[in-house]
Design a protein. Structure first.
Length: 192
């Protein structure tokens, strides 16, 4: 499950929008950035979880989105499952064996612009002490002046599929699906 989280954070790099001279730094709005993950449970149901409140930075080049970058990190223990016993199981030895300070990180390595507002973002996801390359299918929702914050703002969505066993958290597969679907939605504000 851990793999699903960090994928989320990386998608925040950007695509085509109004031209600027160079990349500008943005910081994630922790209150409006979430990573949702889901997996098949024994064929009976789809089970959901979430990471929220994470932090990260985006260097966003609206003139040349492929020159953008993103870096995100958050504690694996910030996972929300909606059921305390499930959370405890995920943090235990069957899955993460997560210590109090274990972090999930994502750092982009390449951005391939695929349309006016879409891109494939490749990056290194570190989960459970294992680093793998992950590709996010990302979309720029919009950029502009935030009407309440009165600052430049940007919003992105992204999806990916992670394989739990790639990060050595594949217990109970294939009965509990090894593949985890990840949906990411973030907002970011221009740095001061």
């Amino acid at each position: 499950m851990k793999t699903m989280l960090t994928a989320a954070t990386l998608f925040a790099t950007s695509f085509a929008a109004p031209a600027f001279a160079s990349a500008e730094d943005y910081v994630l709005d922790a209150s409006h950035s979430q990573i949702l993950f889901s997996y098949d449970h024994l064929g009976y149901s789809t089970t959901w979880g979430m990471f929220s409140g994470f932090e990260g930075t985006i260097s966003f080049d609206q003139e040349d989105p492929s020159a953008s970058s993103v870096s995100v990190s958050f504690p694996v223990r910030s996972m929300f499952t909606g059921w305390e016993a499930r959370f405890d199981h995920f943090m235990g030895e069957d899955f993460f064996g997560a210590g109090e300070d274990e972090m999930v990180t994502f750092t982009s390595t390449n951005i391939e612009v695929t349309g006016d507002d879409t891109a494939m973002i490749t990056g290194d996801l570190t989960l459970n002490g294992i680093t793998k390359s992950v590709v996010l299918d990302a979309k720029l929702n919009q950029t502009g002046m935030h009407p309440m914050a009165e600052k430049e703002w940007a919003g992105f969505d992204a999806t990916t599929t992670l394989v739990r066993s790639d990060f050595e958290v594949g217990s109970f597969a294939p009965f509990v699906s090894d593949e985890v679907e990840v949906m990411i939605s973030v907002e970011a504000m221009k740095a001061e």
